[in-house]
Structure formats: structure tokens, C-alpha cells
Write a protein that binds this ligand. Structure first.
Ligand code: UDP
Ligand code: MG
Length: 313
């Protein structure tokens, strides 16, 4: 076994067979420049395109590659979580496997870490090769999260970041099932700073984050860091109750003065449908929180591994 590395690089892999050799080449080129020992943790998140065997073969070639092979697809955030669990470095870097996060930026992250920062997140100053829809929804996503939650997540940052061992240890103790890692790493505090970079286009293949998954992540972010959606029911309830109290004397006066306004069943029907709809929406919001509570209460493992780094030593 080799000495514990100074740096851990974590890359989640879901069907990235075309990119894997290039990822390895660029990460090792960059990390060798640091002159310190490093490890590359590749988490296979249930790939079906042969990435799994490719990772195994790479680990045979280079002992610095430490694979975590999942039993099925658990999702990007969980894959990164497993990487954090198995990392041993004094500084840990999370990077996308598709080379949208240029490995060369890691050197800048490390420079800030050496200055004493404990979380160094990479800020996307430019983005290439992404649709306007992705850019727009991503912008909206960060604005809404910052509005609704108690934590300040720096605008336009993803999970590409460096974290000190002290931060990783705290994060590894937070075993929530619905994970929003960039929120968690902002929530822990410590000394944080950002480094700007230009986000590249994907090296190969298509995004694995369609709108549906972005929406799910946004819900996780909001429910994980805010009770505002729940409190909204209280506010709206007070407003509706206030309006009805005001309207009772108004309707009385209208009737007594024999005016034809607000007569008939149409207005009743609209009011009933509106309130029924609002109530169902809030039942749904309650459901989102209760479902998450249920996941925590069951206490299932966050992920299931087929192989861990020890199996390759
Ligand atoms: N990924 C993963 N599990 C998933 C989806 C994605 O491990 O269920 C990985 C993927 O291989 C990539 C990273 O997460 O390394 C980011 O995914 P992607 O590039 O598809 O997202 P985008 O950059 O478009 O937001
Ligand atoms: Mg990508």
C-alpha cells in the first residue's frame, strides 16, 4: 500500500467510456505537477456501457486509481458522496468526469487551499456547448435557491470544488439521503472562496442531467435547506381568511342594496375550485417533506457497493 495521498480527486462515472482515458490522462498530467502524492477515485454509478470494466482495467495499471463500483445507478450526488467517504487526501477535489470542469483549474484550487482556504469552489464564468434552456434553468435554479434557503450558495457554482479534510469529515458525518452537496458544503461554514473558470463543452456524449433531474435536485435543495414552502400555507391561509372576513359585510351590503353583483353559482364554484386546488398543492408540498422524512426514518444505506478500493489493493 502506498502512503496516504495529499490530494484526492473524485470523479463520478455514469456511462463515460469514451471520456475515461482522456480524464485519466489530463488529471494525472495536472496532478503530477503538484509533486505531491494523489489518488483518483472513480465511482462507477451503475454504468451499462462498459465503463465499469474500463475502470477496473485502469486500476490494475495504476494503483493511484481507486474504484468504487456501485451495485446500480444511485445518481450523481450519491456517487460523489461515496467518493468523499473513500477519499483519504488532505484536500479533496470533486470534478465531473466529462471534462466540462477542466482539470487544469485544480491547480488554482490547490493554490487557494495552500493560502489557507478550506473550501474553494469553482465559479462558472463562461459556459460552452450548452443550450439556452439549460443556461436559463440553471440561472433560475440558483436564484430561487438563494431566495428560499437560509444558506448562501455562490451563484453559478456546481460541485466542482476543493474541500479540506476538516470539511470532508464534517460532510461525511451528514448522512441525509436527499443530498445537495454544494448546499451542504456552504452550510458547514469554514473559510471559503471562489475561483473563476470557463466551463467547457462535454468531451463526448450527452448530458445525464435532463430537466426532470434538475427539478428533482432543486426540490432536494429547497426542502433540504428551507421550511419556506411549508410556511407559505400559513401565510396564504391568513390572507384567504382575511379576505373572506372583509368580503362578508361587502356581500351583505350588495344584497341589501339589491345589486346583481356576485350572484349565482359561478362565483361560488370558482372560489371552491381555487381553494381546493391550493389545498391540494399544499398537501403535495407536505408530501414532499413527509416522503423525505420517511426516507430518513427507514435508514437504508445511501448506496450499495459491489467493489470498493480495498478490493483492488
Ligand atoms: N453522473 C453520475 N450519475 C448519474 C448522472 C451523472 O455519476 O446518475 C455523472 C456523470 O458521469 C458526470 C457527472 O455526473 O461525470 C455530471 O453529469 P453530466 O455531465 O451528465 O451533467 P451536466 O454537466 O450536464 O450537468
Ligand atoms: Mg457535464
Amino acid at each position: 500500500m502506498m502512503a496516504t495521498p495529499t490530494f484526492s480527486i473524485i470523479a463520478p462515472i455514469w456511462n463515460e467510456i469514451e471520456t475515461l482515458p482522456e480524464l485519466y490522462r489530463r488529471v494525472s498530467e495536472v496532478m503530477d505537477q503538484t509533486g505531491d502524492p494523489w489518488e483518483l477515485i472513480l465511482i462507477d454509478d451503475g454504468s451499462t456501457d462498459g465503463s465499469t470494466d474500463q475502470i477496473r482495467a485502469m486500476a490494475e495499471e495504476d494503483a493511484r486509481i481507486r474504484p468504487v463500483i456501485f451495485a446500480r445507478n444511485f445518481g450523481h450526488q450519491i456517487a460523489v458522496t461515496a467518493g468523499l467517504d473513500y477519499s483519504r487526501g488532505q484536500a479533496v477535489v470533486i470534478i465531473d468526469a466529462d471534462l466540462q470542469d477542466p482539470p487544469e483549474v485544480i491547480l488554482e484550487l490547490i493554490a487557494k487551499w495552500r493560502e489557507g482556504y478550506e473550501v474553494v469552489y469553482a465559479v462558472r464564468a463562461q459556459r460552452e456547448g450548452e443550450s439556452w434552456f439549460k443556461l436559463f434553468t440553471a440561472k433560475l435554479f440558483y436564484r430561487i435557491i438563494n431566495r428560499l434557503t437560509d444558506i448562501d450558495i455562490p451563484l453559478d457554482t456546481g460541485d466542482f470544488r476543493l474541500m479540506d479534510r476538516a470539511v470532508v469529515n464534517v460532510m461525511n458525518g451528514m448522512r441525509e439521503h436527499h443530498r445537495f452537496l454544494r448546499g451542504m458544503s456552504a452550510w458547514v461554514g469554514f473559510k471559503q472562496t471562489g475561483v473563476e473558470y470557463a466551463r467547457a463543452a462535454r468531451f463526448a456524449g450527452e448530458t445525464h442531467y435532463p430537466f426532470r433531474k434538475m427539478l428533482k435536485l432543486a426540490l432536494t435543495a429547497i426542502t433540504g435547506f428551507s421550511f419556506f414552502p411549508l410556511q407559505l400555507a400559513t401565510y396564504l391561509g391568513f390572507i384567504a381568511a382575511g379576505l373572506s372576513i372583509i368580503s362578508i359585510p361587502i356581500v351583505g351590503i350588495l344584497r341589501l342594496s339589491r345589486m346583481a353583483a356576485l350572484l349565482g353559482q359561478a362565483s361560488t364554484l370558482i372560489a371552491v375550485l381555487f381553494l381546493g386546488g391550493v389545498q391540494l398543492i399544499f398537501l403535495g408540498i407536505l408530501g414532499e417533506y413527509i416522503g423525505r422524512l420517511y426516507d430518513e426514518a427507514r435508514g437504508r444505506p445511501l448506496y450499495i457497493t459491489r467493489q470498493t478500493p480495498e478490493d483492488f489493493e
